[in-house]
Design a protein around this ligand. Structure first.
Ligand SMILES: [Zn+2]
Length: 261
């Protein structure tokens, strides 16, 4: 980098600086070989050199692989997500290891990247809703256009008049009581095939509900329970076909879920 900066002031054409740098480097390569670099600092690192790393860990340079440096980077840069305190308070979560289980099943455990991203936003409280938009755009009302009550994420995805009946149908199909906690955190106590399928299915439904509302908002279309149900049905059928095709589901649970709506 220093070399590039040094040469940048000396080149005629600055728009192609890297190309000129490499041309120059190639042209002097033959001369470079004549110099003995074995004593140069940082060029030749001896095999048995030990370094003192964080937490008083002494390691041979050659033994330390990239995951060792990565763990140091994570340790230095990681900041506890602020929203964890909110969920802790709302859902009475104890212990730090629980969070690892939650992130693993909500983000790593998702079949699709778009759903994992959606869950990430949900867990960190950065999904779009009228309350948050109205804070910086005074023209936007913080109220839900259907229920006329404040539209936070919980209302948007769970309590809204057009969404609530859908969750009731989903709950009766799966024979599970669909609570807000389940929508946010999923089944995280155990990880097995059943919880994996249910987590993916519930996250997919939540994602479609969110996308439907956002699309209506952008296109200025009116929302209704009927159109939402039709949309969700259609998306569930398509998703079933996609997941079948890539062998991600054994039973047509998405299809049957769609039919039960
Ligand atoms: Zn509403």
């Amino acid at each position: 980098m220093h070399d590039i900066l040094y040469f940048s002031n000396r080149f005629m054409k600055k728009n192609n600086i890297l190309c000129e740098y490499y041309m120059l480097k190639n042209s002097v390569r033959a001369y470079i070989r004549k110099f003995d670099c074995s004593y140069a600092k940082y060029v030749t690192i001896k095999q048995d050199v030990k370094f003192l790393f964080r937490n008083n860990v002494v390691k041979l340079v050659n033994d330390a692989k990239c995951n060792f440096y990565y763990s140091i980077l994570v340790e230095m840069k990681f900041q506890k997500p602020l929203n964890e305190n909110r969920w802790k308070r709302d859902f009475d979560i104890t212990g730090n290891s629980t969070w690892k289980q939650i992130y693993t099943c909500r983000i790593l455990g998702m079949t699709e990247l778009r759903i994992a991203e959606f869950n990430y936003k949900l867990l960190h409280g950065i999904l779009n809703n009228n309350v948050s938009v109205s804070k910086w755009n005074k023209d936007v009302s913080p109220l839900c256009e259907i229920c006329k009550t404040e539209e936070d994420t919980r209302h948007l995805l769970y309590e809204c008049k057009i969404v609530k009946p859908i969750w009731q149908k989903v709950g009766s199909f799966l024979n599970v009581d669909i609570a807000w906690k389940l929508i946010v955190l999923g089944f995280y106590h155990e990880t097995n095939e059943k919880t994996w399928t249910l987590n993916n299915l519930l996250a997919f439904i939540t994602f479609v509900l969110y996308k439907y509302k956002m699309k209506c908002r952008v296109k200025n279309e009116s929302m209704s329970e009927k159109t939402l149900r039709q949309r969700l049905k259609c998306e569930l059928f398509t998703e079933n076909a996609v997941l079948r095709n890539i062998n991600q589901i054994k039973y047509d649970i998405y299809y049957r879920m769609g039919e039960s709506l």
